[in-house]
Design a protein around this ligand. Structure first.
Ligand code: UDP
Length: 491
C-alpha cells in the first residue's frame, strides 16, 4: 500500500507538554508537508489529560502513536527530587523497553530513516547504536540555551566552584553574555543530581547526527550565527544545527468539547480589541499564597481586563509540572476574599489550564503575563502578543532577560533578585508594570516589535522561508537515503 512506501521517522519526547508539543508539531509537518509516516512513541508514566487530548486531537492515517510499556518506578521517585532529576529517572526507566519495541513492535513498518528525541532522551543513542538509525536531537528551548548547553562541558572543566559565584557574566565565544543571576536552575548548584543529569545529557548532544532548534534567524541572530560558525566546545565537534522554528501548538478549537474553552472564547468575544491581559504561568508554574494574593490585587488595582489562570498556591514554583490540567480546587478558596466578585465585570478566573494558543490568537488579547517558557514565548510572538516576563524556574530567567533586553518584546516583572533568588513583588509594582504594558509608551513599543516578529515567523515557516527550507532540506536527505525518492513540493 501507499503508506508502506512513505519514508518513516520515529519520535520520542520526555514527559511534559513543553517537550512533547514541539516534537509533535514537527511530526505533523513531516506528515503533512513532506509525505512521511511517523511513529510517535509516548512515555505514559506521569502523563496528563492535557497531553493525551493534544496527541489524539489530530488523527492521521500515517501517524502511529505508540505507548511505551509503563515502567516500574517503585523506589525510584522521591518527594524531594528536583523536576529535572525526576524527569530523567522516568525517561531512563521508560526507555529500557525501547530496543524491543523498535525490533519487534515496529517490525512491520519500513526501516526508520531517523529517530528524533529531546534533550532528556539521550539514552536512545545507546538503544539505537547498532541499529544504524541516525538519531537527531530536537532542542526545544532557545538557541541561547543551546549554545550555553553545548558550552557547558567546557565550563565544567574550566571553572572551579559555582558558576553563580563568578564575578563576571558568562561569555561564550561569538555569543551575547549571560548574567549569572539568570543562569538556569539546572546549573546553579553543581553538587546536586539535577546538575549531573543535565551535564550528562548535554555532553551527549555531540552524538546526534544533527540538532533541530525551535527558533529562527530573525529571533536569535547572534546565537544562531555563533552556533553555525563556531566549533566552540573546543575539543568536541558540534553537529549541524537546523533552526526550523517556531513550531508551536495549533489553535485549540472551541468545539473540542471542553467547556472551559467555550467559556473563555465566548468571554473574549465580548471584550474590546487588545484590551485583555492574559495571565498564565505555563504547564507547571505555581505561586506562593502571598505572591498570588499580591498578583490578584495588583491586577484589580490596574483596572485592566484580564484572564487569570490560577492553581492552588504552593511553595514550589513547579508544583503543577506533572499534574497540569487536573487541579480541582475552587479558586475562591485561595484567592483574596471577594476578588472574584469584585472583578467579575473585567476579569475571568480560570482554574489550572486555559486554551492558551486560542487566547493568544484572539483579537481581544492585548498582552500576556508569562513565565517565559520557550513554547509560550514562541506562541506569544507567533500571535503578535507582547509580554510581561514573570520567570519562575528552569531557564525562564534567561528567556525573560533576552525577551526584554535583546529582542524587545517584553517588560520584566522584578521577580528575580540579585543572586537569582525569587523575590515577592507587591501589588503596587504589579499594577504599575501592567499599566505600562497595557497603556503606556513602552507597551506600544514592544507591541510594534512583536508584530514585526509575528510577520517574520509567518514568513520563515512558509515555502521559501528559512525554517521551511532547512527542514525541507533535511527531509530530502532522509528520503534520498531511504528509497531514492525525491518529491520536493511546497505545501
Ligand atoms: N499551556 C496551555 N494552557 C495553560 C498553560 C500552558 O495550553 O494554561 C501550554 C502552552 O500553550 C505551552 C505549554 O503549555 O504550549 C507550556 O510550555 P512552556 O515551554 O511555555 O512552559 P513549561 O512547559 O515549562 O511550563
Amino acid at each position: 500500500n501507499a503508506s508502506s512506501l512513505k519514508p518513516h521517522v520515529a519520535f520520542l519526547a520526555s514527559p511534559g507538554m513543553g517537550h512533547i508539543t514541539p516534537l509533535f508539531e514537527l511530526a505533523l509537518r513531516l506528515l503533512t508537508q513532506h509525505n512521511f509516516q511517523v511513529t510517535f512513541l509516548v512515555i505514559t508514566t506521569d502523563s496528563t489529560v492535557a497531553q493525551y487530548n493534544y496527541l489524539h486531537a489530530t488523527p492521521h492515517p500515517d501517524l502511529h502513536i505508540v505507548d511505551l510499556p509503563p515502567a516500574d518506578m517503585s523506589g525510584l521517585l522521591f518527594d524531594d527530587m528536583t523536576a529535572v532529576a525526576r524527569l530523567c529517572v522516568i525517561v531512563q526507566e521508560s526507555i529500557r523497553s525501547l530496543r524491543s519495541v523498535l525490533l519487534s513492535g515496529l517490525k512491520n513498518r519500513p526501516k526508520l530513516q531517523a529517530f528524533i528525541i529531546d534533550i532528556f532522551c539521550t539514552g536512545v543513542f545507546d538503544a539505537c547504536k547498532d541499529l544504524s538509525i541516525p538519531v537527531y536531537s530536537f532542542f526545544t528551548a532557545s538557541a541561547a540555551l543551546l549554545a550555553f548547553s553545548l558550552y557547558l562541558p567546557t565550563l565544567d572543566r574550566e571553572v572551579e566552584g559555582e558558576f553563580v559565584d563568578l564575578p563576571e557574566p558568562i561569555k561564550i565565544p561569538g555569543c551575547n553574555q549571560i548574567q549569572t543571576h539568570d543562569l538556569l536552575d539546572q546549573v546553579r548548584n553543581r553538587k546536586i543530581d539535577e546538575y549531573k543529569w543535565y551535564l550528562m545529557h548535554v555532553s551527549r548532544l555531540s552524538m546526534a547526527t544533527g540538532i533541530f532548534a525551535n527558533t529562527w534567524h530573525d529571533l536569535e541572530p547572534v546565537w544562531l550565527k555563533a552556533l553555525e560558525i563556531e566549533p566552540f566546545f573546543a575539543d568536541i565537534p558540534t553537529p549541524p544545527v537546523y533552526p526550523i522554528g517556531p513550531l508551536t501548538k495549533r489553535i485549540e478549537s472551541a468545539s473540542d468539547g471542553n467547556a472551559d474553552t467555550k467559556e473563555v472564547m465566548a468571554w473574549l468575544d465580548r471584550q474590546p480589541k487588545d484590551s485583555v491581559l492574559f495571565v498564565a504561568l505555563g504547564s507547571g508554574g505555581t505561586l506562593t499564597n502571598m505572591q498570588l494574593t499580591e498578583l490578584a490585587l495588583g491586577l484589580e488595582l490596574s483596572q485592566q481586563r484580564f484572564i487569570l489562570v490560577v492553581r492552588t498556591p504552593s511553595d514550589s514554583a513547579f508544583a503543577a509540572l506533572f499534574t497540569a490540567g487536573v487541579d480541582s480546587d475552587d479558586p475562591r478558596g485561595y484567592l483574596p476574599d471577594g476578588f472574584v466578585e469584585r472583578t467579575k465585570e473585567v476579569g475571568l478566573v480560570v482554574s489550572s489550564w486555559a486554551p492558551q494558543v486560542a487566547v493568544l490568537n484572539h483579537p481581544s488579547t492585548g498582552a500576556y503575563l508569562s513565565h517565559c517558557g520557550w513554547n509560550s514565548t514562541l506562541e506569544s510572538i507567533k500571535h503578535g502578543v507582547p509580554m510581561i516576563g514573570w520567570p519562575l524556574y528552569a531557564e525562564q530567567r534567561m528567556n525573560a532577560t533576552m525577551l526584554s533586553d535583546e529582542i524587545g518584546v517584553a517588560v520584566k516583572m522584578p521577580v528575580v533578585g540579585e543572586r537569582g533568588e525569587t523575590v515577592v513583588v507587591g501589588r503596587k509594582e504589579i499594577e504599575q508594570v501592567v499599566r505600562v504594558v497595557m497603556e503606556g509608551e513602552e507597551g506600544r513599543k514592544i507591541r510594534k516589535r512583536v508584530k514585526e516578529l509575528e510577520a517574520s515567523a509567518r514568513e520563515t515557516l512558509s515555502c521559501g522561508g528559512s525554517s521551511y527550507e532547512i527542514l525541507a532540506g533535511v527531509a530530502e536527505s532522509w528520503k534520498r537515503q531511504g528509497c531514492g525518492m525525491t518529491t520536493r513540493t511546497c505545501i
